[in-house]
Write a protein that binds this ligand. Structure first.
Ligand code: PPS
Length: 294
Protein backbone atom coordinates (compact mmCIF):
# COMPACT_ATOMS: atom_id res chain seq x y z
CA UNK A 1 0.00 0.00 0.00
CA UNK A 2 1.06 3.61 -0.56
CA UNK A 3 1.31 4.27 3.18
CA UNK A 4 4.28 1.85 3.40
CA UNK A 5 6.22 4.66 1.71
CA UNK A 6 5.13 7.49 3.98
CA UNK A 7 7.92 9.67 5.42
CA UNK A 8 10.65 7.36 4.11
CA UNK A 9 14.07 8.87 3.44
CA UNK A 10 15.18 9.50 -0.13
CA UNK A 11 16.68 6.44 -1.82
CA UNK A 12 19.76 7.00 -3.95
CA UNK A 13 19.75 5.97 -7.59
CA UNK A 14 23.33 6.24 -8.89
CA UNK A 15 24.02 8.79 -6.18
CA UNK A 16 20.86 10.89 -6.73
CA UNK A 17 18.31 10.99 -3.86
CA UNK A 18 14.86 10.02 -5.20
CA UNK A 19 11.41 9.65 -3.57
CA UNK A 20 11.54 6.16 -2.01
CA UNK A 21 8.20 5.02 -3.53
CA UNK A 22 9.47 5.78 -7.05
CA UNK A 23 12.67 3.76 -6.90
CA UNK A 24 11.69 0.08 -7.38
CA UNK A 25 12.43 -1.42 -10.84
CA UNK A 26 14.44 1.59 -12.01
CA UNK A 27 15.07 -0.24 -15.31
CA UNK A 28 11.63 1.04 -16.33
CA UNK A 29 13.14 4.54 -16.46
CA UNK A 30 16.41 3.57 -18.13
CA UNK A 31 14.47 1.56 -20.73
CA UNK A 32 11.70 4.12 -21.26
CA UNK A 33 10.83 4.34 -24.96
CA UNK A 34 10.46 7.92 -26.12
CA UNK A 35 8.55 8.96 -29.23
CA UNK A 36 9.85 11.61 -31.61
CA UNK A 37 6.97 13.96 -30.88
CA UNK A 38 7.19 13.69 -27.09
CA UNK A 39 7.44 17.03 -25.31
CA UNK A 40 9.33 16.91 -22.02
CA UNK A 41 8.90 19.41 -19.20
CA UNK A 42 12.04 19.04 -17.13
CA UNK A 43 12.60 20.91 -13.87
CA UNK A 44 14.20 20.83 -10.50
CA UNK A 45 11.21 20.42 -8.10
CA UNK A 46 9.15 23.49 -7.22
CA UNK A 47 10.34 25.53 -10.20
CA UNK A 48 7.09 26.00 -12.12
CA UNK A 49 6.48 22.52 -13.57
CA UNK A 50 2.71 22.54 -13.06
CA UNK A 51 2.42 26.03 -14.49
CA UNK A 52 4.39 25.12 -17.62
CA UNK A 53 2.50 21.81 -17.95
CA UNK A 54 -0.85 23.61 -18.06
CA UNK A 55 0.48 26.17 -20.56
CA UNK A 56 1.82 23.45 -22.87
CA UNK A 57 -1.35 21.38 -22.68
CA UNK A 58 -3.52 24.37 -23.61
CA UNK A 59 -1.17 25.29 -26.47
CA UNK A 60 -1.32 21.73 -27.82
CA UNK A 61 -5.12 22.02 -27.70
CA UNK A 62 -4.86 25.20 -29.80
CA UNK A 63 -6.15 27.34 -26.95
CA UNK A 64 -9.35 25.31 -26.53
CA UNK A 65 -9.87 25.62 -22.76
CA UNK A 66 -12.75 23.16 -22.66
CA UNK A 67 -10.62 20.43 -24.27
CA UNK A 68 -7.69 21.20 -22.03
CA UNK A 69 -9.87 20.76 -18.93
CA UNK A 70 -10.58 17.10 -19.78
CA UNK A 71 -8.54 15.76 -16.86
CA UNK A 72 -6.36 16.65 -13.88
CA UNK A 73 -2.90 18.00 -14.67
CA UNK A 74 -1.09 14.95 -13.24
CA UNK A 75 -3.06 12.67 -15.62
CA UNK A 76 -2.65 14.91 -18.68
CA UNK A 77 1.07 15.36 -18.01
CA UNK A 78 2.24 12.28 -16.10
CA UNK A 79 5.47 12.39 -14.14
CA UNK A 80 7.75 9.83 -15.79
CA UNK A 81 9.48 8.55 -12.65
CA UNK A 82 6.49 8.70 -10.30
CA UNK A 83 5.18 5.48 -8.80
CA UNK A 84 3.57 4.47 -5.54
CA UNK A 85 3.53 0.66 -5.64
CA UNK A 86 0.09 -0.61 -4.63
CA UNK A 87 -1.50 2.83 -4.97
CA UNK A 88 -0.45 4.75 -8.12
CA UNK A 89 0.77 3.07 -11.35
CA UNK A 90 4.24 3.94 -12.69
CA UNK A 91 4.30 7.13 -14.77
CA UNK A 92 6.29 5.30 -17.46
CA UNK A 93 3.44 2.77 -17.81
CA UNK A 94 0.76 5.48 -17.90
CA UNK A 95 2.75 7.27 -20.61
CA UNK A 96 3.06 4.09 -22.69
CA UNK A 97 -0.75 4.09 -22.96
CA UNK A 98 -1.14 7.77 -23.92
CA UNK A 99 -1.69 8.89 -27.51
CA UNK A 100 0.87 11.16 -29.19
CA UNK A 101 1.92 13.85 -28.74
CA UNK A 102 2.63 13.09 -25.10
CA UNK A 103 3.70 15.71 -22.58
CA UNK A 104 6.04 14.22 -20.01
CA UNK A 105 6.89 15.76 -16.63
CA UNK A 106 10.19 14.86 -15.03
CA UNK A 107 12.47 16.10 -12.26
CA UNK A 108 15.29 13.75 -13.27
CA UNK A 109 18.72 15.36 -13.59
CA UNK A 110 20.70 14.90 -16.80
CA UNK A 111 22.56 11.92 -15.29
CA UNK A 112 19.30 9.94 -14.92
CA UNK A 113 17.55 11.09 -18.10
CA UNK A 114 16.44 8.06 -20.16
CA UNK A 115 18.71 7.72 -23.21
CA UNK A 116 15.78 7.36 -25.55
CA UNK A 117 14.62 10.96 -24.88
CA UNK A 118 17.95 12.21 -26.26
CA UNK A 119 18.09 9.70 -29.12
CA UNK A 120 14.61 10.66 -30.34
CA UNK A 121 15.58 14.37 -30.09
CA UNK A 122 12.43 15.15 -28.12
CA UNK A 123 11.59 18.79 -27.47
CA UNK A 124 12.54 19.64 -23.90
CA UNK A 125 11.24 22.67 -22.02
CA UNK A 126 13.37 23.29 -18.95
CA UNK A 127 12.07 25.69 -16.27
CA UNK A 128 14.49 27.05 -13.68
CA UNK A 129 13.75 29.19 -10.58
CA UNK A 130 15.95 31.06 -8.15
CA UNK A 131 17.17 28.68 -5.45
CA UNK A 132 16.02 30.71 -2.45
CA UNK A 133 12.39 30.55 -3.54
CA UNK A 134 12.86 26.91 -4.59
CA UNK A 135 14.14 26.05 -1.11
CA UNK A 136 11.17 27.77 0.58
CA UNK A 137 8.65 26.12 -1.73
CA UNK A 138 10.31 22.67 -1.39
CA UNK A 139 10.38 23.01 2.41
CA UNK A 140 6.62 23.63 2.53
CA UNK A 141 6.04 20.81 0.05
CA UNK A 142 8.10 18.36 2.11
CA UNK A 143 6.00 19.30 5.12
CA UNK A 144 2.69 18.53 3.41
CA UNK A 145 3.73 15.56 1.22
CA UNK A 146 3.82 12.24 3.08
CA UNK A 147 5.87 10.60 0.32
CA UNK A 148 8.81 12.86 1.18
CA UNK A 149 10.94 12.65 4.33
CA UNK A 150 10.17 15.12 7.14
CA UNK A 151 12.04 18.34 6.30
CA UNK A 152 13.15 19.08 9.89
CA UNK A 153 13.88 22.66 10.94
CA UNK A 154 14.23 25.43 8.36
CA UNK A 155 17.79 26.11 9.52
CA UNK A 156 18.84 22.48 8.93
CA UNK A 157 16.94 22.43 5.68
CA UNK A 158 19.07 25.24 4.30
CA UNK A 159 22.17 23.17 5.07
CA UNK A 160 20.67 20.12 3.38
CA UNK A 161 19.87 22.24 0.32
CA UNK A 162 23.42 23.58 0.19
CA UNK A 163 24.81 20.04 0.53
CA UNK A 164 22.51 18.79 -2.24
CA UNK A 165 20.85 16.32 0.10
CA UNK A 166 17.46 16.96 -1.47
CA UNK A 167 15.01 15.01 -3.57
CA UNK A 168 16.44 14.86 -7.12
CA UNK A 169 19.87 15.93 -5.91
CA UNK A 170 21.66 19.27 -5.88
CA UNK A 171 19.88 22.29 -7.39
CA UNK A 172 23.13 23.68 -8.86
CA UNK A 173 24.05 20.60 -10.90
CA UNK A 174 20.46 20.29 -12.15
CA UNK A 175 20.14 23.82 -13.56
CA UNK A 176 23.74 23.94 -14.87
CA UNK A 177 23.72 20.62 -16.69
CA UNK A 178 20.60 21.42 -18.69
CA UNK A 179 21.94 24.93 -19.36
CA UNK A 180 25.17 23.46 -20.75
CA UNK A 181 23.24 21.15 -23.08
CA UNK A 182 20.79 23.68 -24.42
CA UNK A 183 22.67 24.48 -27.65
CA UNK A 184 23.39 20.92 -28.74
CA UNK A 185 20.01 19.48 -27.66
CA UNK A 186 16.46 20.53 -28.38
CA UNK A 187 16.02 22.53 -25.13
CA UNK A 188 14.00 25.69 -24.51
CA UNK A 189 15.41 27.05 -21.24
CA UNK A 190 12.87 29.17 -19.33
CA UNK A 191 12.90 31.04 -16.03
CA UNK A 192 10.03 31.15 -13.52
CA UNK A 193 10.80 34.79 -12.74
CA UNK A 194 10.51 35.76 -16.44
CA UNK A 195 7.15 34.00 -16.60
CA UNK A 196 5.95 36.01 -13.59
CA UNK A 197 7.25 39.25 -15.05
CA UNK A 198 5.62 38.90 -18.48
CA UNK A 199 3.55 35.75 -18.96
CA UNK A 200 2.44 36.75 -22.46
CA UNK A 201 6.02 37.22 -23.71
CA UNK A 202 7.10 33.90 -22.19
CA UNK A 203 4.08 31.92 -23.42
CA UNK A 204 4.85 33.22 -26.93
CA UNK A 205 8.34 31.64 -26.65
CA UNK A 206 6.74 28.31 -25.76
CA UNK A 207 4.25 28.61 -28.64
CA UNK A 208 7.06 29.29 -31.09
CA UNK A 209 9.08 26.33 -29.78
CA UNK A 210 6.03 24.11 -30.29
CA UNK A 211 5.44 25.49 -33.79
CA UNK A 212 2.19 27.28 -32.92
CA UNK A 213 0.98 30.80 -33.59
CA UNK A 214 -2.24 32.13 -32.08
CA UNK A 215 -4.11 35.41 -32.14
CA UNK A 216 -3.73 37.88 -29.31
CA UNK A 217 -7.19 36.89 -28.02
CA UNK A 218 -6.17 33.25 -27.67
CA UNK A 219 -2.92 34.24 -26.06
CA UNK A 220 -4.78 36.34 -23.50
CA UNK A 221 -7.13 33.47 -22.80
CA UNK A 222 -4.13 31.21 -22.10
CA UNK A 223 -2.60 33.83 -19.78
CA UNK A 224 -5.85 34.12 -17.84
CA UNK A 225 -6.39 30.37 -17.54
CA UNK A 226 -2.82 29.81 -16.33
CA UNK A 227 -2.65 32.73 -13.90
CA UNK A 228 -1.81 31.73 -10.34
CA UNK A 229 -5.29 32.71 -9.16
CA UNK A 230 -7.05 30.63 -11.82
CA UNK A 231 -4.82 27.60 -11.27
CA UNK A 232 -5.18 27.82 -7.49
CA UNK A 233 -8.99 27.81 -7.82
CA UNK A 234 -9.06 25.12 -10.53
CA UNK A 235 -9.53 21.60 -9.07
CA UNK A 236 -7.84 20.19 -12.21
CA UNK A 237 -4.61 22.04 -11.43
CA UNK A 238 -4.56 22.60 -7.66
CA UNK A 239 -3.97 18.94 -6.73
CA UNK A 240 -7.12 18.88 -4.55
CA UNK A 241 -7.96 15.53 -6.24
CA UNK A 242 -5.01 13.92 -4.42
CA UNK A 243 -5.98 12.31 -1.12
CA UNK A 244 -5.20 14.45 1.91
CA UNK A 245 -3.56 11.36 3.44
CA UNK A 246 -0.78 11.88 0.84
CA UNK A 247 -0.80 15.67 0.29
CA UNK A 248 -2.18 17.48 3.31
CA UNK A 249 -3.07 20.86 1.88
CA UNK A 250 -4.18 22.08 5.32
CA UNK A 251 -0.43 22.01 6.20
CA UNK A 252 0.52 23.92 3.03
CA UNK A 253 -1.45 24.29 -0.21
CA UNK A 254 0.12 22.97 -3.42
CA UNK A 255 -0.62 26.36 -4.99
CA UNK A 256 1.03 28.16 -2.11
CA UNK A 257 2.03 31.75 -3.03
CA UNK A 258 3.21 31.76 -6.62
CA UNK A 259 5.50 34.76 -6.23
CA UNK A 260 9.16 35.72 -6.48
CA UNK A 261 10.82 36.86 -3.25
CA UNK A 262 8.89 34.91 -0.62
CA UNK A 263 12.38 33.83 0.56
CA UNK A 264 12.60 37.25 2.24
CA UNK A 265 9.94 36.09 4.70
CA UNK A 266 11.93 32.98 5.62
CA UNK A 267 15.69 33.65 5.51
CA UNK A 268 17.43 35.47 8.34
CA UNK A 269 20.29 37.77 7.32
CA UNK A 270 22.92 35.18 8.21
CA UNK A 271 21.05 32.33 6.46
CA UNK A 272 20.77 34.55 3.41
CA UNK A 273 24.50 35.34 3.45
CA UNK A 274 25.41 31.66 3.73
CA UNK A 275 23.07 30.87 0.85
CA UNK A 276 24.49 33.70 -1.28
CA UNK A 277 27.95 32.21 -0.86
CA UNK A 278 26.65 28.84 -2.01
CA UNK A 279 24.89 30.45 -4.97
CA UNK A 280 28.02 32.34 -6.04
CA UNK A 281 30.09 29.16 -5.88
CA UNK A 282 27.58 27.27 -8.00
CA UNK A 283 26.82 29.90 -10.60
CA UNK A 284 29.78 32.29 -10.87
CA UNK A 285 31.69 30.21 -13.45
CA UNK A 286 28.69 30.03 -15.77
CA UNK A 287 26.77 32.54 -17.86
CA UNK A 288 23.60 31.58 -16.02
CA UNK A 289 22.01 34.04 -13.65
CA UNK A 290 18.89 34.16 -11.55
CA UNK A 291 16.69 36.96 -10.32
CA UNK A 292 15.78 36.91 -6.64
CA UNK A 293 13.26 39.73 -6.92
CA UNK A 294 11.00 40.68 -9.82
S1 PPS B 1 6.35 20.22 -8.35
O1 PPS B 1 5.68 19.59 -7.18
O2 PPS B 1 7.82 20.13 -8.24
O3 PPS B 1 5.87 19.73 -9.61
O4 PPS B 1 6.00 21.77 -8.18
P1 PPS B 1 6.08 22.87 -9.33
O5 PPS B 1 4.82 22.88 -10.09
O6 PPS B 1 7.36 22.75 -10.08
O7 PPS B 1 6.21 24.21 -8.48
C1 PPS B 1 5.23 24.63 -7.57
C2 PPS B 1 5.45 26.11 -7.36
O8 PPS B 1 4.97 26.83 -8.52
C3 PPS B 1 3.95 27.74 -8.12
N1 PPS B 1 2.96 27.88 -9.20
C4 PPS B 1 2.73 29.05 -9.84
N2 PPS B 1 3.31 30.25 -9.71
C5 PPS B 1 2.84 31.27 -10.50
N3 PPS B 1 1.83 31.11 -11.39
C6 PPS B 1 1.23 29.91 -11.57
N4 PPS B 1 0.26 29.77 -12.44
C7 PPS B 1 1.69 28.81 -10.76
N5 PPS B 1 1.34 27.51 -10.65
C8 PPS B 1 2.12 26.97 -9.70
C9 PPS B 1 3.37 27.08 -6.87
O9 PPS B 1 2.59 28.00 -6.12
C10 PPS B 1 4.65 26.65 -6.17
O10 PPS B 1 5.42 27.75 -5.67
P2 PPS B 1 5.28 28.35 -4.20
O11 PPS B 1 6.42 29.30 -4.04
O12 PPS B 1 5.35 27.20 -3.24
O13 PPS B 1 3.95 29.06 -4.16
Amino acid sequence: MGSDFFRKDWVKIRGVPIICACTPNWERIDNFQAREDDIVIATYPKSGTTWMSEIVDIILNDGDIEKSQRDAIFNKVPMLEFWVPGAVPPGSQVLDALPSPRVIKTHLPVSLFPKSLWEKKCKIIYVARNPKDVAVSFYHFDKMNQLHPEPGTWDNYIDKFIQGNMGFGPWGAHVKEFWALKQERNILYMFYEDMLEDPKREIKKVMKFLGKDFSNDVLEKICLQTSFKAMKENPKTNYSAISSSIMDQSVSPFMRKGICGDWKNHFTVSQSEKFDEYYQKEISKTDLSFRFLV
